[in-house]
Design a protein around this ligand. Sequence first.
Ligand code: ADP
Ligand code: MG
Length: 561
Amino acid sequence: MAIIGIDLGTTNSACGVWKPQGVELIPNRLGEVLTPSVVGLDDSGEIIVGRTARQRLIHHSDKTVAAFKRLMGTGHRVGLGTQLFTATELSSLVLRSLKEDAEAHLGEPVEEAVISVPAYFNDNQRQATKQAAELAGLTVRRLINEPTAAAMAYGLHQNQEGLFLILDLGGGTFDVSLLEFFEGVMEVHASAGDNFLGGEDFVEAMINDVLASRDIPRDSLPASVLQNLYLQMEGAKRKLGTPQTLTLDLNGQSFTHEVTPEWFARIATPLLLRAKHPIERTLRDADLHPGKVDEVVLVGGSTRLASFRSMVGKMFGRLPSCHLDPDTVVALGATIQAGLLARGEGLDDVVLTDVCPYTLGTGIINEDNPSLGDYFLPIIERNSVVPISVERRLSTASDGQTRITVKVYQGENRLVEKNVQLGEMEVQVPKGARGQESVTVRYSYDMNGLLEVDVTVTSTGKTYHKLIEHSPGGLSEEEKAHSRERLASLKFHPRDGEENRALLARADRLFESNLGERRERIADLMGDFEQVLDRQNPLDIARAQKTFREALDFLESESWF
Ligand code: ADP
Ligand code: MG
């Protein structure tokens, strides 16, 4: 039975199977090799995964979730409709969708997989990934680090030895890893990176510039207009090679916007400069001259940006390796590993150093604007090399205060409310004037995602201690069973229904972003299509799908590009 290779990405996921002639990437039910890592509930409460769900992200934000990979290994739950789900459960839905696609493609059951994870994933996050697979009915034969998978896709594991730098710029993250292939083992050295830099940021910057240059406050735009603008900019970003004139409909006014290389360069420069830092830091940490790197490999959809490629070219004085499709190169590598494992020849890879992928901090009173809730005070900054221990001092905020509550948060937002609370502890302090009493809060974080919090009251010397497991090491059998039950109770779409939903979701989106006659036209098309669906004749449906799709293509091309 086949072992499939899976790239479970923050933005997109993909899978493949090893065949005698090499890797075969597996198309999903919509015929695409990339499945957006987005989960949603449709209007009838059924679970949808992938492109159909992604199309509903802005309009149905309460019923759609994305980027949950960022929360892997935390107990944090996100709302989807009326229920709450962990990142593990949501990931299991994506994995399940991939598994079903693979089974449909191969015509046989699929029960085993190699799944890639970021090199900086700690034990909890790796464990959570395995649990997600288990919930989806897959046994993980091996987890593989994403940069290792990319290196294998480029065949670097067939070299004698060497130093490789893997630059992975995805939708929302930038990961830099230095790999050393030595005596048959791929060693992953310090992974630096920027957890909040990716393709989405380029689109955001484009949108902000367009709005700022026309003095339009972002909040004044309804979701449908924003969604439209987002799609236009995302589309424009992918076609920077050709000059484009966009017609933007913003609050009832129509603007034309020229997308030129000069404009994009101005927008992209600050982001590209940010991308330079972790690359330089990695080289500096390893005390490495750029010329000593044997191979620079580009991974992730956003490395298609010509400006990113030329920046890397300039830094290293040569062209990076990028001839493989950067969106699927990790899935390719995971599948090669699956192929090797099937023959008992899997490649070993180890992570040598680890970083704390998120900022850990505490809350402090927000005196400027109490209604916003407390401010976040970072204690351990993200990407700090672990183990690490840092302390900060906090003082009482009001007269006569006898207790200080130290809340522990993980996240990057200025406001604690937008970050994830990991725990809290209460500390007694002697009564005194405001600011007179203080405590030192020490955070110590180790490789396994264990956070130790030590609080010492300065005046009394009394100490308090708390150990926070990011997510308690593995769930109990009972919790697992509960999770399984919850997932089983969800309603799933039949595979072949998916294409129809995708088309209707797309039409819905078009309807919401258009007006007048075009709206009527779209409503008519949807009505016709729904009637055909009602009659449930497969042949008619296939024909109607084609007409409907072409009509939507036409409407889209007319309005946007
Ligand atoms: P992740 O690893 O986060 O799941 P991917 O590697 O799939 O992400 O990258 C997704 C990102 O790649 C998106 O932000 C998308 O806009 C970007 N992208 C895809 N194709 C292109 C292109 N041709 N030009 C620029 N960016 C692209
Ligand atoms: Mg990726």
